[in-house]
Design a protein around this ligand. Structure first.
Ligand code: HEM
Length: 369
């Protein structure tokens, strides 16, 4: 196994942004496209730094995810243990489709302009090697409320708990500090939702709307969104993911939605939540939020550590016979905590500026998220 030591995570855990671009791409056929995408991975950290440094206070960050078919095509074995295509879910009433996606770019910043600049630079770099599948621009609504008017992200773990919930550990050592992300674009029937009385909406979510207080267990309906998304392991420990959802809208087209994006150390946790929502717990007792929300996309990606992402520029460093790729696999990483936002990456192929101390793929995690 080639030495990828002390990997540092991508900017999975960052403060709640004001804006985000969620971009899903497919890789076009041919070797040239594959080479371009690999070169993009090798250069991602430098590209982020180039844009981020222009206005650091904008807290630009970007996470790059790789879909299962794309991983096989570009890198083959070995592969991240939990990486597979998103499985569609058909409940009695609601359906969660699985839709294609080779690459995910999750760009976050304090302003739309930074997201745009980062997206444009990525697309310039990727060129004809990719085709767009979907692009959604999310914004932080008042008081971090979802499109449906309830504060979103409240029960997210934070600090060390967020890192432990989202980053792969020793269970898959080659892919340590990686993460799994599931995205789903939901469209809301706002007419029906707005016609629903507030106390009924509160029973749908399981919290009060104005004050954002969780309902007592004995009054919270079992088909409320928050009931069905509380899951535990066999020992009774709660299993968490970190959600970075944002609302999006195109008012003239009467399109109002939530872009769900959930990071997890193990995608099975998010998948269990989705089973509870769509199939129901017990089956049939599905999430009432779905009566007002339709999932129109669904894709799963692996998010390599920033260190591995850079190394992937030279191919799979763990492949049998892969030579330790000089210049792209760090052998003497800087000892920086994952949460510092500093990427301990050595030099990158074609990026000699990385011999200077790299700064950021994003800001440090924040308890407010
Ligand atoms: C229609 C899209 C969605 C909307 C508008 C939405 C909105 C919300 C809101 C308002 C809350 C309560 C406050 C909070 O803790 O964040 C919540 C909680 C939560 N949601 Fe969602 N959500 C959506 C989809 C999903 C999906 C697809 C999942 C999982 C796959 C999910 C997982 C969770 C979890 C784990 C909680 C916290 C439950 C708790 O600990 O009380 N949500 N969501």
């Amino acid at each position: 196994m080639a030495p990828v030591e002390a990997p540092a995570a991508q900017a999975v855990n960052v403060p709640l942004p004001m804006a985000a671009h969620f971009i899903v791409l497919n890789i076009t056929p041919g070797d040239e496209a594959e080479d371009t995408v690999k070169a993009f991975f090798g250069n991602t950290a430098a590209l982020i730094r180039s844009v981020e440094r222009r206005i650091p206070e904008e807290q630009l960050s970007m996470v790059v995810g790789i879909g299962s078919p794309a991983w096989d095509r570009l890198f083959g074995a070995p592969r991240p243990a939990g990486l597979h295509e998103f499985q569609p879910l058909r409940g009695d009433k609601h359906f969660a489709p699985s839709t294609p996606g080779d690459l995910l770019l999750h760009i976050r910043a304090k302003s739309e302009r930074m997201c745009f600049e980062m997206a444009m630079q990525c697309m310039n770099a990727l060129g004809d090697a990719v085709v767009a599948v979907d692009e959604v621009h999310g914004f932080r609504y008042f008081e971090a409320r979802a499109m449906i008017g309830f504060v979103d992200g409240v029960e997210n773990p934070d600090g060390q708990d967020a890192l432990a919930s989202t980053l792969v550990g020793d269970e898959d050592p080659r892919f340590k500090e990686g993460s799994y992300v599931i995205v789903q674009k939901y469209l809301h029937d706002m007419k029906a939702w707005n016609a629903t009385a507030t106390d009924e909406q509160e029973r749908v979510i399981g919290r009060s709307k104005q004050g954002n207080i969780e309902m007592a267990e004995d009054v919270k309906p079992t088909n409320s969104h928050s009931s069905l998304n509380v899951i535990e392991d066999a020992e009774g420990n709660q299993l968490s993911i970190v959600r970075a959802n944002l609302p999006f809208a195109n008012a003239a087209r009467n399109e109002y939605g939530t872009y769900f994006i959930g990071y997890a150390r193990d995608p099975a946790i998010t998948e269990q939540m989705l089973i509870n929502m769509f199939i129901g717990r017990p089956p049939g007792n599905y999430d009432r939020l779905l009566d007002f929300s339709t999932a129109v996309t669904g894709t799963l990606f692996f998010v390599p550590s920033a260190t591995l992402l850079a190394a992937l520029g030279d191919g799979n460093p763990f492949a049998p016979g892969a030579a330790p790729a000089s210049g792209s696999v760090p052998t003497a990483p800087v000892a920086a905590p994952v949460s510092s936002g500093t990427l301990p990456i050595g030099s990158l192929k074609g990026q000699p500026q990385w011999s200077q101390a790299p700064s950021a793929s994003g800001p440090a995690p924040d308890a407010s998220n």
